[in-house]
Design a protein around this ligand. Structure first.
Ligand code: ADP
Ligand code: GLC
Length: 484
């Protein structure tokens, strides 16, 4: 019999995306289907999501869901079941999923995402008789209260349900003032060290980690790293205390969206045996970014422009990159200081550094298809998707040795190169000398076409599909329901 899982999150492609979380939540249903798991996704009813939902069916109406009128509306996300929490007072706003167009967080985010958690626990607990679930799967802090509601305030008469809390990024914990606790509708018992209380306030992610039957994160290396203060960011003790209830399952990439042989966004499609066709994409990319055309290495960056992503160090290294013959095309948005530093670099190096600020999905595909190497100098990276897109597209990743970057890229050391196994370049520590050295290595390898081509091919042939990770999640659900 197939297992029924309710997956709750704050974003999913193609409805709403600010980062990799959306790619993963959007891909999971199709990844799990071959393993006998029917995954229903629950998302907030943002305007774009409500608009995309065709012929939604109202499953339940709330008069007062944490003070808001709300409805649960069912539809489909591609082939898979979707439920939206339609609560105009909470979600019908212009701007992003977490804040206004100016980047300021909505002041009632605690209420918006507590409502999401409450609705998830209600659904999982059998609120709608026609929709039964075997497991609740919560993603990131926005869904963190779902396992807590399930544990401390379940639907009356419901049988206890196992839950999974997946951490996509420990840096975002959803911490709010204790004055909101009464409005959450949780019993007093939930205000404790093993409940939602965290340093005198409410910790959404912490609450989910305490209450869930199992915790997962998105790569084996990050699962180890978060046991230390540097990566655990205050929650390392909780991770350590949960012992073998913490697992690392690396993300896959969705071949329906990311396949250079059939990508509708790129000028010239290609495969591992027709890599030379990439040249047309490179020329188009140079033109699009106002770069001098040339055969020398073209680096790309597609990233949030933040400290996590090491973008401040990228700013420092621009002169070196250009000085040794590289060019850079960058797409991103984020911190003003980083934008200013990059802009100054582009002014110093016209024709060698091209920048686009903003968010552009189609352009991100054209960059992976035309760039020679993608730079990912993250200080921490739970999994990272852009390096995997790079591998699939023959855009060789140059990555910091951390988290999922360490797990998915094979460094071009002598042994790996001579075995034909190398797929990219790794470096230790996000500092100017380490990144500058990694870029120099990339330039030197790019000057040896046979080696470079072998690296591109090895990356393109590696398997980053969801096949094995889909199975790993299915095994986890079966372990929790005792059906393995
Ligand atoms: P994170 O979720 O931490 O930002 P990931 O590498 O997991 O990092 O995922 C980032 C996702 O967002 C990728 O799909 C990447 O292509 C995309 N992305 C990031 N910045 C941009 C941008 N400015 N324009 C288009 N896509 C972007
Ligand atoms: C987070 C992480 C990123 C990961 C993504 C999807 O945004 O920062 O490393 O790839 O979630 O799991």
């Amino acid at each position: 019999m197939s297992l029924r899982v309710l997956s709750v999150a704050s974003e999913a492609v193609p409805l709403v995306k600010t980062g990799g979380l959306a790619d993963v939540v959007g891909a999971l249903p199709a990844a799990l289907a071959p393993h006998g798991v029917e995954l229903t996704t629950l998302l907030p009813g943002y305007p774009a999501a409500m608009k995309a939902l065709k012929r939604g069916r109202v499953l339940h109406s709330y008069d007062d869901l944490l003070g808001a009128k709300a409805r649960l509306v069912a539809g489909r996300l591609g082939e898979q079941p979707l439920i939206l929490l339609d609560a105009p007072g909470l979600f019908a706003r212009d701007g992003g999923p977490y804040g206004d167009a100016g980047g300021n967080d909505w002041p009632d985010n605690w209420r918006r995402f507590a409502a999401l958690g409450r609705a998830a626990a209600d659904l999982a607990g059998g609120l709608v008789p026609a929709r039964k679930f075997d497991v609740l799967h919560a993603h990131d802090w926005q869904a963190g209260l779902a396992p807590a509601y399930l544990r401390f305030a379940p639907q009356p008469g419901s049988t206890p349900l196992p839950s999974v809390m997946t951490i996509h990024n420990m840096a975002f914990q959803g911490f709010f003032g204790r004055e909101h606790f009464p409005a959450l509708g949780l019993p007093r018992a939930a205000w404790s060290m093993t409940g939602v209380e965290y340093h005198g306030g409410i910790g959404f992610l912490k609450a989910g980690m305490e209450a869930a039957s199992l915790i997962t994160t998105v790569s084996p290396t990050y699962a180890k790293e978060i046991r230390s203060p540097e990566f655990g960011m205050g929650l390392e003790g909780l991770i350590v205390s949960r012992g073998d209830r913490v697992r690392g399952i690396v993300n896959g990439i969705d071949p329906a969206d990311w396949n250079p042989a059939s990508d509708p966004h790129i000028p010239a499609t290609y495969t591992a045996s027709s890599i030379a066709r990439r040249t047309a994409n490179k020329r188009a990319l140079e033109a699009e970014f106002g770069l001098e055309p040339g055969d020398g290495p073209l680096f790309i960056v597609v990233s949030r422009l933040t400290w996590q992503k090491g973008m401040d160090v990228l700013v420092e290294v621009l002169d070196h990159l250009v000085g040794i013959g590289g060019r850079l095309a960058l797409l991103g948005s984020g911190d003003a200081a980083i934008v200013a530093g990059l802009t100054a670099g582009a002014v110093r190096h016209p024709g060698r550094i091209g920048l686009k600020f903003g968010y552009d999905e189609a352009l991100s595909h054209r960059m992976q298809a035309g760039g020679d190497a993608i730079l990912v100098p993250s200080r921490f990276e739970p999994c990272g998707l852009t390096q995997m897109y790079g591998l699939a597209y023959g855009c060789v990743p140059v990555v910091a040795r951390t988290g999922g970057l360490a797990d998915t890229v094979i460094d071009a050391n002598l042994a790996a190169v001579s075995a034909g196994a190398a797929t990219g370049i790794q470096f230790n520590g996000v500092t100017y000398p380490a990144l500058a050295d990694a870029i120099s290595r990339a330039v030197a390898l790019h000057a040896q076409p046979a080696i470079w081509r072998a690296m591109q091919r090895a990356g393109m042939k590696a398997d980053f599909s969801w096949a094995s990770s889909g199975r790993a999640y299915a095994d986890l659900y079966r372990e929790l329901t005792g059906t393995s």
